[in-house]
Structure formats: structure tokens, C-alpha cells
Design a protein around this ligand. Structure first.
Ligand SMILES: CC(C)(COP(=O)(O)OP(=O)(O)OC[C@H]1O[C@@H](n2cnc3c(N)ncnc32)[C@H](O)[C@@H]1OP(=O)(O)O)[C@@H](O)C(=O)NCCC(=O)NCCS
Length: 289
């Protein structure tokens, strides 16, 4: 009764219906699949030839892909369709030669975490905090140890990242420079690319790197605000100093961090260098195929 297959051009009206009719279909996805008519990489679930679900297999590069916008109509949930569909997605990814498949979801979405981890043997969920911090008073405008990164020292930053516990904690992924929404593995080339933008900052004490914030200004968000794709640091003091500096020069800062930043943010709030902040908790799971 249920079938899984790639999206076909003639599915477009039915897909549109699925997206529009279901009120719990997230707005962001609605925008992508209806307003922007995005269809590459979509696979659908049909029940007696009617589309009742979808997923988008988004490739990051030749080896990595994300399962995004997985959706089954409410009346078809809880019958094993989502699990079987995810099994189909794994097969499709393998056919494409993908080695690493990832899923990101809200921390509260225990259903997806149960399906992926317990039923499909994805890694345990790695927690991420996506934060927006608004600047308060200009608390710190310079600091002797914090400087813009020097692209010529790429090798040093690369080995610092590898030594840092954040690298292991996050499985080597950072938020995507493209839209600050999904994640990708950091490799040498990507690091070189990020550093060449001359936005990132480092905390260097007596020639030792003690902290590094990989930064990009993102098109998808407020263009004038920096996006910290990942923060590596030896202790929270270093983290706070780097953040203070960014807040002194920007109205707001977006951060993706894998360690709970609440305590540090509360300190900044108390002293007045930050005015307010918001935090969203996300989890990422991955499977090596
Ligand atoms: C996530 C989704 C695709 C799963 O599809 P589905 O057909 O319901 O999945 P299945 O029936 O195969 O499995 C659901 C499992 O989750 C379990 N489950 C349901 N609610 C749960 C909850 N709140 N916490 C933990 N597990 C839960 C079910 O018991 C079942 O597990 P079991 O077979 O071991 O009993 C579907 O529920 C959906 O479209 N949800 C809304 C959109 C969404 O959240 N998408 C994912 C975004 S990343």
C-alpha cells in the first residue's frame, strides 16, 4: 500500500497540496517547497498513488548528505511508515555513493531521535545550541590577546582544531557557512575558505592559540551580523572575551556552539555587555553507510 520513490515533475501539484493542507508542516519548509518550488533531491511516500509524505536528501558534497524536511501526514504516522521510509532513504544515499548521512532536529523532537537512533542505528544525538545575542553597552573594544586570524597560519589553526575537544564532541562538524542552518564536516579546504574571509578571530597568548571563533556573515540572516559557525576555546573566560569583542562591534551575534553557553551568556547579561539572548537547542545524528 505504501510506496517510496523519487519525486517526479508531475507530482508538483500533489506535493503542493501536501505542504499547504497540513497545518503542522513547518513554515520554513513550506517556503522552500511551495514558494521557491524546490524539488531536487525530494523523495515521496505514496499510499494508493496519493502522496502522503516526503523527504529531501540534500547532498553537501560527494560523500555527505542530510535528510531534511521528513514529513508524513498525521493519519499515516505511528504505523512504521516513517521508519521504512528512512530505511529507503539510507539505500538511496548508498546508491549515490554517500558515506555519511545526517539528520538535524529540534531537541524536543523525541520521535525522530527514537526512529533514527534506536531503530536505524544513527549515532547518539549531539546537542547544539543556536544562539542570538544582542549587544549591550560597549564593554570591551580591544583585547591584547584577541586578533583577526592570519590565513597564512592555516596549519596552526587546523592542528588546534584537531586537538580541541569540541572537534571530537561535534564529530568534526560545524554549521554550514551557506545558511547557518545545516552542518558540514570541517576539512582543510573549508577552513582555508572560512579564514580567507578575514572575519574569524583567535585568542593567542604567548604564541599559543587558546581560542578560535570561525565566523561568517550570512546572507540568510541579518547581513550585518556575524555568525559564529563554531567556537573552540580552552576555557569559558576565553569564550566570553571573544564574545564581548564581537558584541562591542555588532548589534547582534549569531552563534552555533556545542557546549551549553547559558552561564557565560548570563555573565555577559549581568555586566551589561549583552542586552538579551535567545537559545534554540538542536540535535544532530549521523550514520556512516
Ligand atoms: C517523524 C515522522 C516522519 C516519523 O514517521 P512515522 O511514520 O510516525 O514513524 P514510525 O511509525 O515508523 O515510528 C515512530 C516511532 O516513534 C515513536 N514515537 C512516537 N512519538 C514519540 C515520542 N513523543 N517520543 C518518542 N518516541 C515516539 C513511536 O512509538 C514509534 O516507535 P516504535 O515503533 O518503536 O513504537 C513523522 O512522525 C512526522 O512526519 N512528524 C512530523 C514532522 C517531523 O517531525 N519531521 C522530522 C523533522 S527532522
Amino acid at each position: 500500500m505504501y510506496r517510496f520513490r523519487p519525486f517526479r515533475e508531475e507530482d508538483r501539484p500533489a506535493l503542493r497540496q501536501l505542504v499547504i493542507k497540513n497545518k503542522d508542516f513547518p513554515l520554513k519548509w513550506r517556503n522552500k517547497y511551495v514558494v521557491k518550488n524546490y524539488s531536487s533531491g525530494i523523495h515521496v511516500v505514496t499510499c494508493y498513488n496519493k502522496i502522503v509524505g516526503m523527504v529531501h536528501i540534500g547532498t553537501v558534497n560527494e560523500e555527505e548528505a542530510w535528510l531534511e524536511s521528513a514529513y508524513i501526514e498525521p493519519v499515516h504516522r505511528g504505523k512504521g511508515v516513517g521508519t521504512a521510509f528512512a530505511g529507503y532513504q539510507i539505500k538511496q544515499a548508498k546508491i549515490k555513493g554517500i558515506n555519511i548521512l545526517r539528520v538535524a532536529t529540534g531537541y524536543q523532537n523525541k520521535r525522530v531521535q527514537h526512529v533514527m537512533v534506536n531503530k536505524l542505528r544513527f549515532s547518539r544525538p549531539i546537542l547544539w545550541y543556536r544562539v542570538k545575542v544582542y549587544s549591550g553597552a560597549n564593554y570591551l573594544t580591544t583585547h591584547p590577546f584577541i586578533r583577526q586570524v592570519e590565513p597564512s597560519k592555516l596549519g596552526e589553526y587546523w592542528s588546534y582544531i584537531h586537538r580541541n575537544s569540541e572537534y571530537r564532541r561535534t564529530m568534526g562538524t560545524i554549521t554550514s557557512p551557506k545558511d547557518n542552518c545545516w552542518w558540514s564536516s570541517i576539512d582543510y579546504e573549508m577552513l582555508e575558505n572560512i579564514l580567507s574571509q578575514a572575519q574569524s578571530i583567535a585568542y593567542v597568548n604567548q604564541n599559543n592559540i587558546r581560542g578560535l571563533m570561525l565566523i561568517r556573515r550570512s546572507r540568510g540572516l541579518n547581513f550585518s551580523c556575524p555568525v559564529v559557525l563554531q567556537a573552540y576555546y580552552s576555557n569559558s573566560r576565553v569564550f566570553k572575551q571573544m564574545l564581548r569583542l564581537l558584541l562591542a562591534y555588532n548589534k547582534a551575534v549569531y552563534l552555533s556552539v556545542s557546549k551549553d553557553p547559558t552561564r557565560s551568556l548570563n555573565t555577559l547579561l549581568k555586566e551589561g555587555s549583552a542586552k538579551k539572548y535567545s537559545i534554540n537547542r538542536w540535535v544532530v545524528m549521523e550514520k556512516h553507510l
